[in-house]
Every structure is written in C-alpha cells, then in structure tokens.
Design a protein around this ligand. Sequence first.
Ligand SMILES: Cc1cc2nc3c(=O)[nH]c(=O)nc-3n(C[C@H](O)[C@H](O)[C@H](O)COP(=O)(O)OP(=O)(O)OC[C@H]3O[C@@H](n4cnc5c(N)ncnc54)[C@H](O)[C@@H]3O)c2cc1C
Length: 406
Amino acid sequence: MTEVSPFPSGALPLHKPVVVIGAGPAGLTVGNILRAVGVDCVVLETETRAFIEQRPRAGVLEEWAVRGLERRGLAANLLERAQRHAECEFRLGGERYRFEYLRLTGHHHWVYPQPLLVTDLVHEYADVRGGDIRFGVRDVRLHGLDSDHPVVEYVDDLGEDRLIPCDFVVGADGARGVTRALLTPDRALVSRHDYGIGWLALLAEAPPSNDCVVFGIHPNGFAGHMARSPEVTRYYLECPPGDDPDNWSHDRVWSELRQRLGANGAPPLAEGRLIEKRVLDMHNYVVEPMVFGRLFLAGDAAHLTAPIAAKGMNLALHDAFLLGDALVAQLTKGDSTGLTGYSQACLGRVWDYQEFSQWLSEIYHGTSSGDPYLAGTTQARLRRLFSSPAAGLAFAEQYLGKDPEY
Ligand SMILES: Cc1cc2nc3c(=O)[nH]c(=O)nc-3n(C[C@H](O)[C@H](O)[C@H](O)COP(=O)(O)OP(=O)(O)OC[C@H]3O[C@@H](n4cnc5c(N)ncnc54)[C@H](O)[C@@H]3O)c2cc1C
C-alpha cells in the first residue's frame, strides 16, 4: 500500500462512498444491501460477467443464510429452484449409514449451485438496483487506508488507469485477491492450517446417483458425492496434495469412485463426462482482525475453510450481511457500532466452522491416513455418531450451521 497521494495534479475523479473489490457472493451481497437503500458504490471485478456466472464451486447453503438472502430480497430464484436436503449418508466397510438431520433437528440444507446464486446477485445488483460494476479490471491498488480518504486505483478493461476516492473499501476478492496482502503482520495475525491432503474436485455431466449427499470413508481415501442439479453432480476424491489432475484419467476416476462409494444396496453410480477436474490442497487461514483502517475484508479474503464441511460460501454471506448492514448504518445514520464490532462479530462463527472442518477432516481422512491409531479413533467417532442421539444432535448442529444469533 502506498501512502503518497495518487492524484495526478488537477484531476478530481468521482467520489464513491464504498468501493467493493470482487464480485463473488460476499462482494455482490454487500453491493446489493447498499443499493437497496440507495447508497452509491462500485464493484470492481477482474473477470468477465460471463465467467463469474459460470464458475463452478459451492452448492450447499445453510438455512439461516437463505433466510438472510430472502430478507434482503435476494432469494426469489433460489427459493423456487433450490433443492432441500434432509439427510446425508456415510458409507464405510461396505455398509450404508443414513444420517437423518431433518428428523433430528427440524432443519435442512439447501442445494443451489454457486454460479446460479452469483448470476442472481449480479442481475439484482446491476440490472435491477442500478449498481455500478466494472468487469475486466487489473492492477487494483489501495491508498490511504488508514486515513479518512482512501483511494482505489485500477486499470480498466481498456487499459486506462482509474482512481476512485471513497469512504470505505470492501476487500471481497477471495483467496487469491490483493486486499488480504495489505493486512501485513504488523496489522493483523494470520493463522494457517495445512491438512497435508489433496482433493480431486470433479464435476460430472451426470445425474446424482443417490437421493442425498454421500461421504465414502475408505482405506483408499475419502470420496464425496453431492448433487448440484438434475444434470450435474459434484464428486471429490482424496489424493496426494499437489497431485496432477492429468494423473486421473476418466476410467481411473470412475473406478476409484465405484470402489470408495461402493456399499451393499447402494444404487450404481451414473457416469458421465468430467467437465471439471482440479486438485485442491486442503488448507485454511483466518485473518484477525478482518479490518485495517477503512478496509474491511469479507469472505474468502478474510478466512478460508477448505471445502471439507461446505462452509466457505455460508461464511462469506454471513460477513456480507453484517458488513452491508453496518455500512448502511454508518452511511445513512452515522451509526458506527456495526463497523466497530464487525470483525469480532464475524470471527465467532469463523472459528466455530474452522473447528468443525478440522473435526470432520479426521473423520473423512483417518481411515486412509495409514496410521492405525487414527483409523481406530475415526471408527470410534463414527460408531458414536450412529449410536448416540446426543452425539448425533451435536454433529447435526454443526453440520447445519448455527443460528444467525450465534
Ligand atoms: C470446489 C469447491 C467447492 C466448494 N463447495 C462449497 C460448498 O458446498 N459450500 C460452501 O459454503 N462453500 C463451498 N466452497 C467455498 C466457496 O466457493 C467460497 O467460500 C466462496 O466462493 C467465497 O466467496 P467470496 O465472495 O468470499 O469469494 P469468491 O467467490 O472467490 O469471489 C471473489 C471475487 O473476486 C475476484 N477477484 C480476485 N482478485 C481480484 C482483484 N485483484 N480485483 C478485483 N476482483 C478480484 C474474483 O474473480 C472473484 O470473482 C467451495 C469451494 C470450492 C473451490
């Protein structure tokens, strides 16, 4: 970050109350909350609109997150098209174990692919609420964050250098963005955890092969099955971290999935063309505080949870609800309470979900760890999960996510 004035002499670019960096679920939700009450803002995004509307990623949303979107007028399509999931299934030792979380708790999950949510959010922001969004930007730089007059500098899609003076900057540019790097060790603590495990993330042009999410616990490694739509299914295969996706031919993928997800009475896997195949190294981080001066981080820019427990998009939305509401209170009523407490209000849920991801990782990966002690404790946890109602309830509470009041 440069502290020198970035204005060329004589130029006075247009001021915006808020500049949002990144058009993912976090940035677009903040933008929509601001536009709902007429606060002017601009969203800067490196990719094109077509790209972000098709980028496949998450799919599982927690009830409170959907209620939060609904309250802000952002869930009409979702409520019409998303599937409700009431149970999940573990497969181990050739047997199937159903976990009926709706029956246990009265709560369910929603499945709605992230590209559809992003499409809805961009449409609402840009086409309905009249929000300013600039795609294809490069070289985003932030100036004067610890002053009352920050400035965002970037190169637009025509190669022109642009400046936007503003009051607040939202860093919602994901795990590979530029804003997190500004929270240097003298400004924030970054805690990291590396699982030392890779997941081959796959999208198959094939209908789901089961009526719910399936977790395969197998000596060869974890395997996951998650519906995305009637035509597309997400699969995961545990693999060495840094593995080359080219090591996984079509035949090898389907043969491993059949082995790791195989169980007595399980329907056969519906195979299809693999339209996404990439290796994710399972690691997490948390930035504390999520704020420096006038910069507020949200979503993956502030904290990453490996997709082990399907929590990342939910956390991004939680941050966005709190930050959007806090910015509105500040900019319309001069009430700074929300912004002052923002980081702390987010981090409780962030750490809770981090802890659950770590716990779940041991369940998924213990059997294939090569460590008989870890394999034994994993099996004990699973037996307890299926036999103790109290253990089942505790698991369901964390799997489904806490209430917004948490
Ligand atoms: C395979 C996979 C499966 C997942 N499954 C789930 C799931 O089931 N449930 C769940 O809750 N989570 C899941 N997640 C996590 C979820 O996708 C992320 O947590 C979520 O996308 C975070 O949203 P975000 O808005 O913070 O960041 P992002 O969605 O990453 O958005 C950031 C945006 O910023 C843009 N950007 C980056 N750098 C810049 C820059 N310098 N300037 C301007 N723009 C920039 C990016 O192009 C992007 O559009 C999954 C992730 C993966 C990879």
